[in-house]
Design a protein around this ligand. Sequence first.
Ligand SMILES: O=C(CO)[C@@H](O)[C@H](O)[C@H](O)[C@H](O)COP(=O)(O)O
Ligand SMILES: [Zn+2]
Length: 196
Amino acid sequence: MDLIARVQGHFLESISAKEQAMELLSPLVAAAAERMVACLMNEGKVLACGNGGSAADAQHFAAEMVGRFEKERPGLAAISLATDTSALTAIGNDYDFDMVFSKQVRALGHAGDLLLALSTSGNSANVIEAIYAAHERGMQVIALTGKDGGKIADLLSPEDIHLNVPVSRTARIQEVHILLIHALCDALDYMLLGGE
Ligand SMILES: O=C(CO)[C@@H](O)[C@H](O)[C@H](O)[C@H](O)COP(=O)(O)O
Ligand SMILES: [Zn+2]
């Protein structure tokens, strides 16, 4: 296979993953956006976490909430738990890397806040611990996973929202996750500001 065909293969696979996710997840993304607006209108905030590319997604999401997405609006309360290198290294070094997010959830989270938990495998121990901590704090979870949802699929409660991208390749899952995040941001703006 030549290099151009290989690149085209990535596009085709990504398109197919997105088409599949569109059918399965559009109603759940709408429900997640409604849940987020209710949380924010009630003085709540969204804490976001994930590893690697998903850490970047958590940070990307929080930046678009606090700054803006496509429309001018007051900032919305969201914090990436994957961004504070001092907290991450101190907790990882002094306790355990599995606790880097859960300790922040316990410190910052309150009942009525939401946890946006990202894991393509659904099996990252620190994201799992963050979900336990969120439940303990009376927070609901919006989980973005891939594959079969991993261990996260089993530990979510009925009140949580699970956006699972049921494909096997991590890169494709991440590409759908960032689309889901942008669709969420757009839905929030639409509900808060109206318009097109
Ligand atoms: O971006 C990528 C792969 O595309 C990697 O950095 C990837 O995010 C890391 O291996 C993560 O540690 C994977 O964690 P998870 O998505 O399974 O929770
Ligand atoms: Zn990547």
